[in-house]
Design a protein around this ligand. Structure first.
Ligand SMILES: [Mn+2]
Length: 367
């Protein structure tokens, strides 16, 4: 069994021979990055002649915004020099000869969707968009972590999981499922089964691994508002409307303390990306888990309708004490506490998509 490190460094030397690219989602969180590396490794074990290249969907310069990934890669013996980022490859050239497997998403983002015809495999745990019907494997299943689905593939194909791989997959599952805690509403039986098999192989005890990852993920010291917004950010299109959802790990109150003008920077972030709407889903532990939601939209009418819709879908939003709605030159920003903390981005985004489809059709100017 070769190490993950040996696999990655050998692939990096043969990028031009790539037969298969494994790509995580645009937010490039731990699950996306770890699943891409692990699945690439698996396919190489299965077919050693193939060069299978995991690509991280962010520029290398943005990697520092994900210290939890840096920590886990290091524990799994992965050297960052051997990781390939999206600004280090020429996708046009790669896809002359390579096929594409998507992990942790099942629909290519705007920039890469021209390579849709190259998708031959999907492993994901988001809402199924029903694309790439002929992909093999095509596994889109509600589990806590894509890493769980990747670990199940190791099992299915009879490939051993060594201690480095157990660290990489096990750590990812722990972080994604909030330490396998049922109350957090993310863990499924499949995650539990996989974790029970692979965590004993991992040199670091599960509890310790989870606490380290959680600490790194929620450590936002020294980050600017702009960094906080792009740390874990996804963008979507719905008809003419373009919207973004940032996942941000601090409370609105803390954010305001760190940057008194954060609302203005927020609206500028939206303007620079030509977004009609921008959301931030804030989450923090104090000590219990809390969620908040920030909504920026150009029209007050849109805001009002959206809020009504979200309340109808049990988000249980209420205004945050002491942080008032703000009228900015290009829109309105509002701040809510989201009492129903089970609704994550994975669940909110399909709701928004449904709302915006109807809203877009009725004409965004209609009242
Ligand atoms: Mn995921």
């Amino acid at each position: 069994m070769i190490s993950i490190q040996t696999y990655l460094s050998s692939v990096k030397q043969r990028i031009a021979d790539t037969r298969l690219v494994v790509l995580g989602n645009d937010a490039a969180d731990l699950d996306s990055m770890a699943s891409a590396v692990a699945y690439g490794y698996l396919r190489t074990q299965q077919n050693p002649e193939w060069t299978v290249l995991p690509v991280m969907a962010i520029p290398r310069a943005d990697f520092f915004l994900r210290p939890e990934v840096g920590y886990l890669f290091n524990e799994a013996g992965i050297c960052l020099d051997d990781i390939v980022f999206s600004d280090e490859v020429d996708f046009d050239e790669l896809f002359l000869h390579a096929d594409l497997v998507l992990v942790d998403h099942n629909k290519l983002g705007t920039e890469l969707c021209k390579y849709s015809y190259k998708v031959t495999g999907v492993l994901d745990h988001h809402t199924d968009e029903g694309l790439y019907a002929s992909a093999v494997p095509r596994i889109v299943r509600t589990v806590g972590s894509t890493a769980t689905l990747v670990a199940m593939e190791f099992n299915k194909l009879g490939v051993n999981i060594g201690k480095d791989m157990a660290t990489l997959l096990g750590g990812t599952i722990l972080l994604d499922t909030v330490n396998l805690k049922t109350a957090a509403g993310r863990v499924t039986d499949a995650d539990q089964e996989v974790a029970a098999k692979i965590l004993p192989l991992c040199p670091i005890p599960g509890q310790e691994l989870f606490e380290k990852l959680q600490y790194e993920k929620f450590d936002v010291k020294g980050l600017s508002t702009n960094d906080l917004l792009r740390k874990d950010y996804k963008e979507y299109h719905c008809g003419r409307l373009q919207y973004g959802i940032a996942s941000v790990h601090l409370s609105i109150r803390q954010w305001k303390e760190m940057d008194i003008d954060f609302a203005v920077v927020f609206s500028e972030f939206a303007a620079n990306r030509k977004l009609d709407l921008l959301f931030a889903m804030n989450s923090y532990n104090s000590p219990d888990f809390h969620r908040e939601l920030i909504v920026f939209w150009q029209t007050e009418d849109g805001q009002r309708k959206l809020l009504k819709y979200l309340q109808g879908h049990s988000l249980a939003l209420r205004p945050v004490d002491g942080v008032d709605q703000k009228q900015l030159h290009n829109g309105i920003i509002t701040f809510y506490s989201q009492e129903n903390s089970v609704i994550s981005r994975k669940r909110l985004q399909p709701l928004l998509e449904n709302f915006l489809t109807v809203y877009g059709e009725s004409g965004s100017g209609a009242s």
